[in-house]
Design a protein around this ligand. Structure first.
Ligand code: BES
Ligand code: ZN
Length: 858
């Protein structure tokens, strides 16, 4: 018998052994007996496997489990621990290569960090209740049963689970039988298809469901705790439509008999694509008309579309190793837009793609410390920092560029071909390129490898005259100090332009595009290329005129303004150029463009923290938002467009920041009149709360806290957290920091609270103090939760912009290293560096510029 301590894991950057090269499992017979009260489980696993070569030591994965009575092909085996969660089953005599089986009894604990097998807490009426759920991606299956926990070790699973007899039990496949004995029940599930361990899942407890069927008869059920099940109607509808859509899009039937989706009260990420048993955070699945804002509803549709895309892309065909994670996540992050755009054409999802994924990707990729899309991963512990904007959003952006380059038909043919030849198997990035090449006849690998194997992306400088465009490319690095050290790089860039349908493939550092009538050209039509464009001042002025007179399309307007701010942040130009350009947007009426403008201004406010900038910005914001505030008002118009409803909170928030008196008064009136959040329209709550906070104190804090305590809506809690963390009074900041560790804040919400406290400039220093004092607590709670822990270094980095803070930040993380956080910390230091340089360069200029501006409307 051996006890494997989770803290004994030694992490090194050296290549770990891939167990599947030695032992290939084919089937797991797995029985787990859950003891919810004692937060413990016991089980037995019987695994059939193929031994690749003769040995007396069989390596398997197990972590934090107590192992007993191990046998290999009927013979007793000793267990011998090694590093990287490997345990050897050691038998006396040599085993021949070929078919064998091992059988092990095991015991484990159910603990709060939301990985492996963990409890979810909720209220059933006034009673406390608990569900149990699993989260195995990326490598947490080994915390629940001994297995070969690698994506390439695909096998079938026969799972049985013993629970209390009243509990609902859900897993990947339909229930085959359920036998009640006394107070207990053993549920046996049908055998799964061949699949990876990270996709196995089960959930049990007091759950209810709604059901609908797809066109091809697949049963889709949406599960939630009893009070919430009525809020799953929307996600159920989206799920059914997405499955129909993907069956057609991928040209392959949904591979299982049923699809369950479960909203869990505690969840680390947003959602997880377990095959046929998809789990979600409640805020990513529940839509409650009384509490969900329109952007919250959109989020639900996008998450559902994303996870269901994985049922094919990821689950049916799985990456060989984590190096190709980007392909899973980048692809799903792209195709979710395809699906939701199809389901809700008036949501303009592809316009939103640019403000969301494309810009998020460029933000991270503009650092010298970014990484290539295809990134080497040795130890799975290293993968904690690659679930990031590069794998997801840059991955999605380069796939979008490829889709445009190949055209829809060839792309879809190639994709279906890839899925067909690799189904129930594993694949690498190159396999997708080969399938696309076969169907399109184009050299996809050559085109794509430059984008996926190199770090960063280019800035294209364009000198435009009527009959030619002189082009130059270099890597866009936001930090001018780092830029000096950078080596020369080029990318194959398909250059589109608004003045022609022709395209120019720009491959070298310099080139000349001979063309016609280019005087008013805006390059990168619809921002399909992954690059930033820099124009001369004269040409930018021409484009600004075109924006003002409405001659440029939505995504191009969006691209012009976002490129201008990126160029300013990186010192390719001055922030004043971007602000000047912004003035031509006075008639802008598109929500996504406004979202971008508001985002750029908010980054500027976060970095330029002087009172001067803040004060002088107010009349500017007032004037900027005025026309749209007048147009939209507070009340939705009859048959208002989706985009107008989305835009209202953005422009009202801007007006409120600008102290537009009418808006401030109305927001406060609404806040004071509300007895519960539901008295305020969901779309307007963030403006109402934000305004009340800026103009309030203890009374407002207490009211918001009582709202927080009484609401059961997970989305609403996030909005309220943002408000509660934004007060300027020291005693209220202290209170919100205290709340973080209290049982009023769920673990899954902690990162929001920490981020929001940092984003409050009055709370910044106190939050940093809190952060340092509580780092051990953070690591204890989230150290094993890949997505969450890697995001913590980012929060202070987003708001620090001085040499002193950079030093403190670097010293703190130097003293408090944890494996896998090296890259996020380096990125944090670099962010502080460029923000400091930007502030030093432009802060005073911005303050003076804004001051000199008249405010004709105040
Ligand atoms: N596979 C991921 C969830 C995941 C990530 C599990 C990291 C374990 C570690 C899932 O498909 C995903 O990407 N979820 C996103 C939502 C999506 C809409 C971008 C998430 O959780 O944020
Ligand atoms: Zn995903």
């Amino acid at each position: 018998m051996s006890i494997i301590c989770p803290c004994a894991t030694i992490v090194s950057m050296k290549k770990v052994q891939h167990l599947v090269e030695t032992i290939k499992p084919t089937n797991y017979d797995l029985f787990i007996n859950l003891n919810r009260k004692q937060k413990a489980f016991k089980g037995t696993v019987l695994t059939q496997f193929e031994l690749q070569e003769s040995t007396s030591k069989i390596p398997i994965h197990a972590k934090g489990l107590k192992l007993a009575s191990a046998k290999v092909s009927g013979k007793p085996a000793k267990t011998e621990e090694s590093d990287h969660d490997v345990v050897y089953l050691v038998v006396e005599s040599q085993l021949e290569a070929g078919s064998h089986y091992f059988q092990v009894d095991f015991e484990g604990k159910i603990t709060d960090p939301m990985v492996g097998l963990y409890p979810c807490y909720f209220k059933h009426g006034n009673e406390d209740d608990t569900l149990l759920a699993t989260q195995f991606e990326s490598h947490h299956a080994r915390e629940v049963f001994p297995c070969i926990d690698e994506p390439a070790a695909k096998a079938t699973f026969n799972l049985s689970i013993k629970t209390h007899k009243e509990d609902v039990v859900i897993s990947n496949t339909p229930e085959q039988s359920a036998k009640v004995s006394g107070q207990h029940k053993t549920t046996v599930f049908e055998q799964t298809p061949v699949m990876s361990t990270y996709l196995l899942a089960f959930v049990t407890g007091n759950l209810e469901y709604l059901e609908a069927k797809t066109k091809s008869g697949i049963s889709v059920k949406t599960w939630a705790t009893p009070a919430n099940v009525k809020f799953t109607e929307f996600s159920l509808d989206v799920a059914v439509k997405c499955l129909d859509y993907y069956e057609e899009f991928f040209k392959i039937a949904y591979p299982l008999e049923k699809c369950d989706m479960i909203a869990l009260p505690d969840f680390a990420a947003g959602a997880m694509e377990n095959w046929g048993c998809v789990t979600y955070r409640e805020s990513a699945m529940l839509v409650d008309e009384k509490n969900t804002s329109l952007d919250g509803k959109q989020w639900v549709a996008m998450v559902v579309a994303h996870e269901l895309a994985h049922q094919w892309f990821g689950n049916l065909v799985t990456m060989e190793w984590w190096t190709d994670l980007w392909l899973n996540e980048g692809f799903a992050s792209w195709v979710e837009y395809m699906a939701v755009d199809k389901l809700f054409p008036d949501w303009q999802m592809w316009t939103q793609f640019v403000t969301d994924d494309y810009m998020r990707a460029q933000g991270l990729d503009s650092l010298a410390n970014t990484h290539p899309v295809e990134v080497e991963v040795n130890d799975p512990d290293e993968i904690r920092n690659i679930f990031d904007a590069i794998s997801y959003s840059k991955g999605a952006s380069v796939i979008r560029m490829l889709f445009e380059y190949l055209g829809e038909e060839d792309f879809r043919e190639g994709l279906a071909h890839y899925l067909n030849i690799n189904k129930y198997k594993n694949a690498k990035t190159q396999d997708l390129w080969s399938a696309l090449e076969e169907k399109s006849g184009k050299n996809v690998s050559e085109f794509m490898s430059e984008w996926t194997s190199q770090s960063g992306f280019p800035v294209v400088s364009a000198e435009i005259s009527d009959d030619k465009i002189k082009l130059t490319q270099q890597r866009f690095i936001i930090n001018p100090e780092e830029r000096k050290k950078a080596k020369a790089q080029t990318w194959p860039i398909p250059i589109d332009s608004t003045h022609t349908k022709q395209q120019f493939l720009f491959k070298n550092a310099h080139d000349m595009w001979q063309t016609k009538s280019a005087s008013f050209a805006k390059l990168n039509t619809d921002q399909t290329g992954f690059y930033v464009t820099k124009y001369s001042k004269e040409h930018l002025a021409k484009l600004a005129d075109q924006v003002a007179s409405g001659k440029i399309g939505v995504i191009d307007r969006l691209g012009l303004i976002s490129d201008s701010f990126s160029l300013a942040q990186a010192s390719y130009s001055s922030t004043l150029d971007a602000l000047e350009l912004l003035e031509s947007y006075s008639k802008e009426d598109n929500a996504a463009v406004w979202d971008q403008i508001a985002g750029d201004i908010s980054v500027m406010r976060r970095v330029m923290q002087t009172d001067d900038v803040r004060e002088n910005l107010k009349p500017y914001l007032r004037a900027l938002s005025y026309p749209q505030v007048e147009r939209l008002g507070w009340k939705p118009h009859k048959r208002e467009s989706h985009f107008d409803t989305l835009m209202r909170p953005t422009v009202l928030a801007m007006a409120s920041l600008g102290e537009n008196e009418e808006v401030v008064t109305e927001a406060i009136r609404r806040f004071n009149g509300a007895k519960s959040p539901e008295d305020i329209e969901p779309d307007l709550r963030s403006v109402v709360y934000g305004t009340a906070v800026r103009n309030g104190g203890k009374t407002e804090f207490d009211k918001l806290l009582s709202f927080y305590e009484s609401t059961s809506s997970a989305q609403e809690k996030v909005k309220l957290a943002s408000a509660l963390c934004s007060f300027e009074q020291v005693e209220l900041i202290e209170k919100s920091l205290e709340l973080i560790k209290s049982n009023q804040v769920k673990l899954q919400e902690v990162s929001y609270w920490v981020a929001y406290c940092f984003f409050n400039r009055h709370a910044r220093d106190m939050t940093w103090q809190w952060f340092k004092e509580n780092w051990k607590w953070i690591v204890d709670k989230f150290g094993t939760d890949i997505m969450t822990i890697a995001s913590f270094p980012n929060y202070p980095a987003r708001v620090f912009a001085s040499k002193e803070l950079e030093k403190e930040y670097a010293e703190f993380f130097e003293k408090n290293k944890i494996p896998g956080l090296e890259r996020p910390v380096k990125q944090g230091i670099e962010a502080i560096e460029w923000q400091t340089l930007w502030r030093e360069r432009d802060e005073q200029k911005i303050a003076d510029y804004l001051k000199a501006k008249q405010d004709p409307l105040s």
